[in-house]
Design a protein around this ligand. Sequence first.
Ligand code: NAD
Length: 392
Amino acid sequence: MPAKRDLRVGLVGTGFMGRTHANAYHQVRRFFPQESAPELVAVCSRDEDKAANFAAQWGFGSHETDWRRLVERDDIDLIDIASPNDTHAEIAVAAAKAGKMVACEKPLGRNLAESQRMVDAVESAGVASMVWYNYRRVPALALARQMIEEGKLGRIFHSRFKFLQDWTMSADLPQGGAGTWRLDAKLAGSGVTGDLLAHCIDAALWLVGPFAEVCGTTEVFIRERTHALSGKREAVTAEDAGLFLARFANGSLASFEATRFARGHKALFTLEINGEYGSIEWDLHDLHRLQYFSHGDESALRGWRTIHVSDSDHPYMMAWWVPGLQIGYEHTFIHQVADFMRGLATGEKLVPDFRDGLAADAVVDAVLRSARSRRWEAVEDFAAPFNLEGVG
Ligand SMILES: NC(=O)c1ccc[n+]([C@@H]2O[C@H](COP(=O)([O-])OP(=O)(O)OC[C@H]3O[C@@H](n4cnc5c(N)ncnc54)[C@H](O)[C@@H]3O)[C@@H](O)[C@H]2O)c1
């Protein structure tokens, strides 16, 4: 059989996520050899030098300074959006209309209306989509999902999710502009809710199931910051911290907390799930370990155990080194590309698509609504049915 044509990628954005995606496209060829592989056709950044340097460093065949050129080019199959949130909807809708597949960083849109437009665009064009909820591709979390699917935890009663950082605590940090666009809600849509809580929410959707209702609160600790573009002091509208309680469709309860004001924490994403037969705990700082308690163990020996998720029968680990040697953050993006490519070849949906992104954004929207109304708010369920998507 002739080899399938490579997937020709046009990447928008050369920042943090631009680098993780470019790296993933390169590495997937080497560690997940398959019929087809990504070809790095072009990268876009508004700054000519940045675009040219990124293309040279990461092996893209060409560069552009306007994303519209990427969308127009007929040598590109997939538009990958790794630029700030205010750009997502416009680029995704234009790409889908041009018949391109679309990959987009989370959150999809700045608000639910933008996210819905993006879903409508890919679904009416009939093009494949993917949203980069990369933590689903941490082997330890993929194993957790398998364990839940196999019933090892039994009925779930509780879960707890936290994502703690401290990088915006200085009052001198500006809002808006390159590097600090996350502090300007006009660009980001929201603060920690769409940024950090979105990861917790996606993990909860994946591991626990659909949300029924939420009750939350948010806070802006530094109320005014200089805007990087205007140079003027402006009110801060992106929340620094957010907490919420959730009730799930399966009757379980959860708590969520995210902040950029937890001194000493840089990216402390943790989760714990307590079920009838067992519990699991995970921590991004130790991402290759899964803590597991099984009530079914012999009572005298019962206790929390640490699973070092590095063996060849663990999700994704067959592709890497030898048992006992761990992998890290960048690999989650490589796994996501590998799963996306496999899904394209087999016709299966193996990665979160725009509809899954919309489901997470609907929870973000309900949390922000609740923070304003100070009441419980219902969550609209947009997700595809809760099923195990070919993990690992
Ligand atoms: N999956 C994750 O874990 C994760 C982590 C960080 C960020 N993100 C998401 O990734 C996206 C990008 O975040 P980042 O941290 O890489 O930001 P960043 O500020 O590091 O990089 C953004 C890049 O986009 C470019 N850009 C801005 N406007 C553009 C435009 N109109 N056309 C072309 N390029 C443009 C900037 O020049 C920059 O290169 C955001 O949506 C963010 O929420 C996801």
